[in-house]
Design a protein around this ligand. Sequence first.
Ligand SMILES: [Zn+2]
Ligand SMILES: [Zn+2]
Length: 263
Amino acid sequence: MLKYCSIGSGSSGNCHFVSYKDTNILIDAGLSGKRITGGLSDINADLDKIKGIFITHEHSDHIKGAGILSRKLDVPIFANVKTWCAMKDKLGNIKEENMKVFENDKTYSIGDLGIKPFSIPHDSSDAVGYNLFSDKEKISIATDIGCITDNIRENVYNSKLVVLESNYDPNMLMMGSYTYSLKRRVMSDCGHLSNEEAAKFCVDLVNQGTESILLAHLSKENNFPDLAFATSKNVLASNEMIIGKNLNLEVLSRDEVSKIYSL
Ligand SMILES: [Zn+2]
Ligand SMILES: [Zn+2]
């Protein structure tokens, strides 16, 4: 079975665990090494079976613990060239053989698992989302998205489970303490996805076969889990899509390890 678990997700740190047969991987390692290994032992994940850490982009909430974990577990870090250039100095010493480069929008296999990094618009060097494949099913992870592009739709549609950014409430952002330029950056097409934008995309996802949507990467300053959930729930309901009947909708916690989703 293809399994997914969030070790933590939010604007201050992200780490996803994906497992299929004998292959375990991490997508991003933006929490402390201690929190990640603690979270993995909470779910009894076999650290020896971790085959790699796949990075979405070089922002610290995605790479904070990557160097430490690569050294501690002796596992490779995978990223595209531009992301490697932008993050290399922040990771500390990484063994040459643990520095792996991929190209966006190509499918690779690692052990039993298929993995495809796909390009997304974000204000970093060359950010990606990920598709993860078992023999039968597909999971997608798409956070830190400025806007929903055709490439994102093409990749994410038909995924049974989608981890989707629902970063901010526009009113909270406008009224909040961020500088004007930071507010504009968050709202731009290379910034983050608002609750409303995520909600609209949820409708498209359900129409394209998604059964489970996990709202992720919520802003600490500009969002509340209940608000992100209610915004998507309402937009789905106005499209006659009922949670518990047509789909499963949940919000991932910034601090707590999620349950394990199996498909
Ligand atoms: Zn980012
Ligand atoms: Zn981020």
